[in-house]
Design a protein around this ligand. Structure first.
Ligand SMILES: Nc1ncnc2c1ncn2[C@@H]1O[C@H](COP(=O)(O)OP(=O)(O)O)[C@@H](O)[C@H]1O
Ligand SMILES: [Mg+2]
Length: 330
């Protein structure tokens, strides 16, 4: 029979060779065993000896979500957990907690590299989507636009003749054709603008969001406010596009669903980040209910913002309006 020290050393050497961070704690949450990887991934600036036999949660003030679930396991009988946490050093960690005899074992995996690949894939997809939108916008603008203009010119040219020489029925037909042409021209312009807002490329985010708000400000709709705080210069084009698309979707949502009396869109420049905040005083909704069958607008914004390294926070409650805060580091 080996001594308990020998067994302990044996276990320590096994876990020190593991590709994951590993920590075992006892029933009161004190660390029994851990490897260097765990300390490194969790950014605990202590040596193993300083942590052994101490309460694990005391070393996790910078990882509140993890501290919270560990605490629930130790004090409130929660059994297992899986959490994703981003460390202050911006590592993406997946942490699993499993109950074992007289305690629990945590495994910590650094998934930063996988996340980076996911982010790159998503970015490539969004880039492709934007390129396609741009192509369509150009196609409409350069291909269909001139044809419509030329139809209009031809109709205008014969207008006087038609009114002077033909029966009221033909005049009506002629007028209807002109009206339809006008309306299809307007629709196409609006579609091409939605596809690729020229104001964004030419004049930047502030100007593009401003014209977006003006476009939707109607006399009988909710009061729409656009507030800019700080000096906002031109930003990196992918950030401008991500924020514009977010503003566009959030404004559409507020107008479509919220039954709001006020909607505000704020753009705030901090020293090293930019914040877009869209708020309405409408009916709100239950965040937990919105899943796969409930539209993809918000989910797309969240992923897109996260792919630029930013944060997306949605706060809403039934009858208490909706607020989305997006912050992108510059
Ligand atoms: N500002 C808002 N006020 C009230 N409900 C909202 C608001 N924004 C979103 N919702 C609700 O959340 C759902 C999901 O929105 P979204 O992801 O944009 O998808 P979609 O617009 O395609 O339905 C909407 O169907 C709506 O029920
Ligand atoms: Mg939507």
């Amino acid at each position: 029979m080996k001594s308990s020290t020998e067994i302990y050393d044996f276990l320590s050497s096994i876990i020190s060779a593991a590709p994951y961070g590993i920590i075992a704690v006892d029933m009161i949450g004190e660390v029994l065993l851990l490897n260097e990887q765990a300390l490194r991934y969790l950014e605990i600036g202590h040596s193993p000896n300083e942590v052994i036999e101490k309460k694990l949660v005391d070393f996790l003030p910078h990882l509140p979500q993890l501290a919270n679930v560990v605490n629930q396991c130790i004090n409130f009988g929660r059994e297992n957990f899986d959490v994703s946490e981003t460390s202050p050093g911006r590592r993406h960690l997946t942490i699993r907690g499993r109950q074992i005899l007289n305690g629990m074992i945590l495994t910590i995996e650094d998934v930063t590299a996988t996340k980076e690949v996911e982010r790159a894939t998503l970015n490539a997809m969004l880039d492709g989507q934007e390129k396609e939108r741009r192509r369509w916008a150009q196609e409409i603008h350069d291909g269909i636009g001139p044809v419509l203009s030329s139809i209009k010119m031809n109709l205008d040219e014969v207008q006087e003749e038609v009114y002077a020489k033909s029966s009221p029925r033909y005049q009506d037909n002629f007028e209807t054709a002109q009206e339809l042409l006008k309306s299809v021209t307007r629709d196409l312009r609006s579609i091409s603008h939605d596809l690729m807002p020229s104001a964004l490329e030419d004049f930047g985010l502030v100007s593009a969001l401003d014209s977006l708000c003006k476009k939707f400000q109607t006399g009988d709709g909710p009061a729409l406010q656009f507030i800019v705080t700080g000096e906002i210069q031109r930003l990196n084009s992918s950030i401008e596009l991500a924020l514009y698309r977010a503003g566009q979707e959030l404004l559409h949502n507020a107008l479509k669903y919220a039954k709001a009396t006020r909607i505000s869109l704020q753009l705030i420049k901090h020293r090293d980040s930019i914040v877009l905040m869209v708020e309405d005083d409408g009916i709100g909704f239950n965040k937990n209910q919105f899943g796969a069958d409930n539209g993809i607008g918000l989910k797309n914004i969240a992923t897109r913002i996260q792919s630029t390294g930013g944060d997306f926070v949605l706060e809403t409650e039934e009858a208490h309006g909706t607020m989305v805060i997006i912050e992108i580091p510059l």
